[in-house]
Design a protein around this ligand. Structure first.
Ligand SMILES: [Zn+2]
Length: 117
């Protein structure tokens, strides 16, 4: 997926100006790239997670709202699959909670948008 939205796929900040060569940027910084990669892989480094910028949910959408909606649904689908995987792989005290969370997200996405994960 190579959407050029002009906004960081992790923190919703503005991307720096595009360089003439190379792939379009998706993240505003290496910290955001790493945070997104860790989120996708399900890896959480609790020791350093305070240093990682969280997505800025209070920032107004920089792109048009249709693009924001699509990106949000893609991110939700990724989060649902991470939760479902944690529902299997996490320690039992957490696994059932993540399993229910993943099921809940997937059910709502299916009911509201017809998106199956
Ligand atoms: Zn960013």
């Amino acid at each position: 997926m190579a959407l050029e939205t002009g906004i960081c796929a992790w923190c919703n900040g503005r991307l720096p100006p595009r360089e003439k060569r190379g792939r379009p940027r998706r993240y505003c910084s290496n910290a955001c790239r790493q945070a997104a990669h860790r989120a996708k892989s399900g890896y959480i480094d609790w020791a350093t997670s305070a240093d990682v910028p969280l997505p800025d949910l209070s920032a107004p959408p920089a792109a048009d709202t249709d693009e924001q909606a699509v990106l949000t649904l893609l991110e939700l689908r990724t989060l649902a699959s991470i939760c479902l995987r944690l529902g299997i792989e996490a320690r039992p005290r957490l696994a059932w909670r993540f399993g229910r969370l993943g099921d809940g997200i997937a059910t709502l996405m299916s009911d509201l948008f017809g998106i199956d994960s």
